[in-house]
Design a protein around this ligand. Structure first.
Ligand code: G3P
Length: 217
């Protein structure tokens, strides 16, 4: 299972990278704005800064909704760095753009996916990654994890190569449940990754080991 961090915060990306378990980064316009990164030039530079920190794929989202504009914007993003994956919204022109990019060998991440049918379309269009937003489904009293299970089932039926990138992951149990269900990737905040470290028996066990070591030395 790949671990992506879902942020545009360079300090958090560095921290996750230093832990040695980071496989990539996902961003979106809201995450960029949260870090105060605005204006096209600043945003493009920020993508390159992120690529220079991590070794893996970095999703950069288009803000166009029209096919021709998406293609132009996506090509510009892809040319920024070899690690860039073009992130496209699950709309009609986004599906067309996904097919266009996959035919050209440019990696894609189809985002804002909330149903198995949308995930099926993304796979048919050759998406590298599909991003079902599990937290946002939970927010409206729907079972986000069930969507991961449904997509896994469908993709396995036909051996689609598209990787299921569980997105809108909010906490460590989402990560664990996505791993059980066979999501290929999860993307969440630093807390959802570092939270996996924690167990009170680890802390008390270590404290006892260190205490006993001191007794004998
Ligand atoms: O990866 C998608 C993500 O950025 C959305 O997360 O927490 O805003 O639903 P959230």
């Amino acid at each position: 299972m790949k671990f992506f961090i879902d942020t545009a915060n360079l300090a958090q990306i560095k921290e996750a990278q230093e832990l040695g378990v980071l496989d990539g980064v996902t961003t979106n316009p809201s995450l960029m704005a949260k870090e105060g990164i605005t204006g096209k030039e600043n945003i493009l530079k920020h993508y390159v800064d992120i690529c220079n920190i991590v070794d893996g794929d970095v999703s950069a989202e288009v803000i166009s909704t029209d096919f021709d504009e998406m293609v132009k914007e996506g090509e510009e993003l892809a040319a920024l760095h070899e690690q860039i994956v073009v992130k496209l919204p699950m709309i009609k022109d986004g599906v067309k753009a996904c097919k266009y990019f996959s035919d050209k060998g440019i990696r894609t991440n189809v985002t804002l996916v909330f149903s198995p049918g949308q995930a099926l379309l993304a796979a048919k269009a050759g998406a590298t990654y599909v991003s079902p937003f599990i937290g946002r489904l939970d927010d409206i009293s729907t079972d986000g994890l069930n969507l991961i299970a449904e997509i896994r089932h469908i993709y396995d039926n036909y051996a689609f190569d598209t990787q299921i990138l569980a997105a809108s992951v909010r906490h460590t149990m989402h990560v664990i449940d996505c791993a059980k269900l066979g999501a290929d990737v999860m993307t969440g905040g630093l807390a959802s990754i570092e939270g996996l470290l924690k167990h009170p028996l680890t802390d008390s066990g270590l404290a006892k080991f260190l205490e006993d070591y001191k007794k004998g030395n």
